[in-house]
Design a protein around this ligand. Structure first.
Ligand code: PMP
Length: 410
């Protein structure tokens, strides 16, 4: 796989003005991309242009600005459809992000089609946003919730998954990539097996979409959720892909403007897809910004970006492995560029604070995956998560920074 040259990385970095700053007197090293990624100038320009020229409410107005806003808004839906390779734009529902998308599936599909005693399967590798919505549903409906355990090396236990499928779950929900440790799950195979077992599948794509191309038709999942802010777009916007037949059969979740075709004081007729699930004024500028982020990504050689990220991961992993007392969570190679680790005798939070003093931003804590941390028997970890705009110099700074921190702490 070809990777990026130093010149290409330098040029890419110029697209991200935020990277060019000092933090605590040192050039910023941003390694918290799994929490949120930075935004290229193209996204900032799209937001500015939208608010400067086109801002208006969508789908309502008989005036020019409203028509322009609506055109941009719906063109963005087509951009997201193509990004996920969904069949039609009716299958793309705007949400605030992955969290809201999964809650929508739980509260609309789940509450309608699951009943007391039905089995739903999640995993111990999931983010809280793919655990708690199903726990809420369990409280509401009395469904049974089971999870696929994680192996000591940080993979999903596929034998245990096969056993759970034999019990005939109605729903299987899991992440394509783990945010906490970077594991890339064999999603297509897991979906095929779930389908054979008669379950519908919900895929959390929050950490997959920033790193590689996704194709919901090839995956053959029923639902797919992702967040704009992880793919170099704005916060407050994301999307849910849903198979048309399922979305058609689901009742609206939120009620209000836009999601109706007709209302009387006696009742309402819901709007057509996808508007049935889009109550209220949407995040129009954010939608426009997300489309700009996807256009930006589409203009890159994404395989080369990924190869570059994986080179950085390898360099960082090799460096951390040499630190006495270091423990890497999920020290395998079926990963995206996320390095999660602890160092004996230190607390992750102290490492995070002392790295920040050197201008290095990492994440510390449980990463919204408390059950996974419980599995590893740790309170949390230090997580360095890479994007294509990171450099080998960033990795060197991280490793040197860690050495300094350890001299101080140990
Ligand atoms: N799932 C995964 C795997 C994530 O990494 C995140 C964000 N950390 C989420 C879900 C939730 O995404 P959001 O907060 O954007 O809704």
């Amino acid at each position: 796989m070809s990777t990026l040259t130093v010149e290409q990385i330098t040029a890419l970095r110029q697209d991200f003005p935020i990277l060019d700053q000092e933090v605590n007197g040192k050039p910023l090293v941003y390694l918290d991309n799994a929490a949120t990624s930075q935004k290229p100038q193209a996204v900032l320009d799209a937001l500015q242009a939208y608010y400067t020229r086109d801002n208006s409410n969508v789908h309502r107005g008989a005036h020019t600005l409203s028509n322009r806003a609506t055109e941009r808004f719906e063109a963005a839906r087509e951009t997201v459809r193509a990004f996920l390779n969904a069949r039609e734009t009716a299958e793309i529902v705007w949400t605030r992000g992955t969290t809201e998308a999964i809650n929508l599936v739980a509260q609309s599909w789940g509450r309608t089609f699951l009943k007391r005693g039905d089995l739903a399967v999640i995993t111990a590798l999931d983010h809280h946003s793919n655990i708690v919505p199903w726990q809420i549903l369990r409280e509401q409906l009395g469904i049974e919730l089971a999870h696929v355990p994680v192996t000591p090396d940080g993979h999903l236990d596929q034998d245990a998954y096969d056993q759970l499928l034999k019990r005939g779950p109605k729903l299987v929900a899991f992440n394509q990539v783990s945010n906490a440790i970077g594991t890339r799950n064999p999603a297509a195979e897991m979906i095929r097996k779930a389908r054979e077992a008669g379950a519908i599948t919900v895929l959390d794509g929050a950490q997959a979409t920033p790193h590689f191309r996704v194709d919901v038709q090839a995956l053959d999942c029923d639902f797919y959720a992702f967040s704009g802010h992880k793919v170099f777009g704005p916060t407050g916007i994301g999307a849910l892909y849903g198979r048309r037949e399922l979305l058609e059969a689901m009742p609206p979740w939120h009620g209000g403007g836009e999601m109706i075709e007709h209302v009387t004081l006696e009742g309402f007729i819901p709007n057509a897809l996808p508007f049935k699930f889009e109550a209220g004024t949407p995040a129009i500028a954010q939608v426009v910004g997300l489309a700009a982020a996807i256009d930006y990504l589409n203009a890159q050689d994404r395989q080369a970006l990924e190869a570059h990220e994986l080179n950085l991961l390898k360099m960082a992993t090799d460096g951390v492995r040499e630190i006495p007392g270091a423990r890497i969570l999920a020290d395998h190679t079926d990963k995206v560029a996320v390095l999660s680790f602890l160092i004996e005798g230190t607390h992750p939070a102290d490492i995070g604070t002392l790295l920040d003093q050197q201008g290095i931003a990492v994440r510390t804590g449980h990463h919204c995956t408390m059950p996974l941390m419980q599995h590893f028997g740790v309170p949390g970890s230090v997580r360095a998560s890479f994007a294509f705009y990171n450099t080998e110099e960033d990795v060197r700074r991280l490793l040197e920074g860690l050495k300094k921190v350890l001299r101080f702490l140990l």
